[in-house]
Design a protein around this ligand. Structure first.
Ligand SMILES: Nc1ncnc2c1ncn2[C@@H]1O[C@H](COP(=O)(O)OP(=O)(O)OP(=O)(O)O)[C@@H](O)[C@H]1O
Length: 456
């Protein structure tokens, strides 16, 4: 069975019509209600994007009063819902009144399954578009290119913005693909050095024996093949910013030389004898646990403190609330253009799947999935299947299992939020949550939130 396109609530007291619609509207995830109170219950519970509302509801089925009341109540509780009112053949005036009150459209009985399908599909498309626009219009982009609204990313951006004005050595920590390089560039662009060079080098991708000359440069004749004096990355960044990605992969032998450069701000080219002063701001990044590396003596402790005068944790995508949808929309616009695609957006099902996925590869994984979806999708909207994601409903839509489960979900969510708001300071996070530090640690254990555990 193909994925459902969106949630539709059918409000009608006529069981025959309910049944008829059930057969006619197979493309959608349907919910039913036969009167106003149960319509409101379904609305709260399932948050449908579209409601078809028969205005003749009990206790006054011959009149439209109860239906109009239901319409008003739906729109005041969930103003973005698209309500299609269904009226009898001779109730045009009432239908128009309903539209004036905010109904999206009206439809006169008897039911024609093609027409009602079309009407609902159009309403859903509009609801999706409006939803995306709302998300985009509320975007708080503080550091230029960093897209995101979540507390976790806004907190990290604020910190980055503040330190951009200084020359403090900054260490960006975070899983692969979380945007560490994007942050490093943003720091550069928000600093006094923005008109000078931003030079990036990945310590993991350059063979150990070449890394030294890559970084420090070499004099002519320093080794076989050194035909002319060549500047290293550090010197090319003169006046600007040097981004050392994967600093955890820097060979221990080179770390002493690096430390000297950071402390004294002078370098010596390979094979050179003179000291060259350099004025460079250094931003480092790693996905490794430097603390443990220090303990294992694979990373120098003094260098660790020197590169990380301030640490910024870039949160994984799964801790960024709805940002995944915002990022997906932003990248979709880019790829649509790049691949001349006519895709209009995401189905609700795809959005749910994205919100539920854990994103181990973070933003890079999202980009890859989107690229192939844009190229391969056959419909106008990207479905969960096109993204290679399981078609699962979001947690809030899952039926409640029991209160304990609800409580535990809420607790672990709150712990993550406090952890990011407190910038990984456990005492502060515990204080925010109104619990002691030991209690916080035991909850982290209980919910297996391994990634929040400090490594030392
Ligand atoms: N907040 C963001 N808004 C928009 N694009 C982003 C954001 N964060 C990351 N990206 C994009 O995601 C991709 C991965 O980001 P980036 O290369 O900075 O990650 P990284 O943490 O440095 O990864 P790695 O550790 O693997 O080098 C890039 O294409 C980047 O442009």
């Amino acid at each position: 069975m193909s994925a459902k396109k969106g949630k539709v609530l059918v409000v009608d007291d006529d069981m025959g019509i309910q049944k008829q619609l059930k057969w006619a509207l197979t493309d959608f995830e349907l919910f039913f209600a036969a009167d106003r109170p149960s319509a409101i219950t379904q609305l709260r519970r399932n948050e449908p994007s579209v409601v078809t509302l028969d205005l003749g509801l009990p206790p006054d089925p011959a009149n439209a009063s109860e239906g109009i009341l239901a319409l008003q109540e739906i729109l005041s509780l969930a103003p973005h819902t698209k309500v299609i009112v269904v009226t009898g053949n001779n109730d045009k005036e009432i239908a128009l009144e309903a539209v004036k009150l905010g109904a999206y459209d009206f439809y006169q009985k008897p039911i024609d399954s093609d027409i009602i399908n079309l009407l609902i599909q159009r309403a859903l498309n509009l609801a999706t578009l409006e939803h995306e626009n709302r998300l985009l219009s509320t975007t708080r982009v503080s550091m230029g290119r960093i897209v995101g609204n979540s507390d976790a990313i806004v907190g990290a951006s604020r910190k980055a913005e503040k330190i951009a004005q200084t020359d403090i050595s900054t260490l960006l920590l975070g899983e692969s693909g979380t945007g560490k390089e994007v942050f490093a560039r943003s720091i550069h662009e928000h600093s006094q050095r923005k008109d000078k060079a931003f030079v990036a080098i990945n310590c993991a991708s350059i063979p150990e024996n070449l890394l030294e000359s890559e970084l420090f440069g070499y004099e002519k004749g320093a080794f076989t093949g050194a035909n002319k004096t060549t500047l290293g990355k550090i010197e090319t960044a003169q006046g600007g910013t040097l981004f050392l990605d994967e600093i955890g992969d820097m060979p221990i032998g080179l770390q002493a030389k690096m430390l000297r450069f950071l402390q004294e701000r002078v370098i010596e080219r390979v094979g050179g004898r003179s000291e060259i002063p350099v004025d460079v701001r250094v931003v480092c990044a790693t996905h490794r646990d430097l603390n443990t590396m220090v303990k294992d003596e694979t990373f120098r402790e003094d260098l660790y403190y020197r590169v990380g005068e301030i640490n910024i944790l870039i949160p994984p995508l799964r801790d960024r609330d709805d940002d995944v949808v915002l990022l997906a929309k932003t990248f979709l616009d880019i790829y649509k253009e790049e691949y001349s695609s006519k895709i209009k957006g995401f189905s609700q099902d795809a959005i749910n799947a994205m919100l539920n996925h854990r994103w181990p590869g973070n933003i890079r994984e999202l980009q890859n999935k989107l690229k192939s979806a844009v190229v391969l999708a056959e419909g106008s909207y990207i479905e969960a299947d096109d993204l290679g994601l399981m078609n699962t409903s979001p947690q809030q839509d899952a039926p409640i299992f029991n209160l304990r489960e609800v409580r535990e979900n809420a607790e672990s969510k709150a712990i993550r939020k406090a952890y990011h708001q407190a910038e990984q300071n456990m005492s502060k996070a515990a204080e925010m949550l109104g619990i002691t530090r030991p209690t916080l640690y035991s909850l982290i254990d209980k919910y297996h939130m391994e990634d929040l555990k400090p490594s030392n």
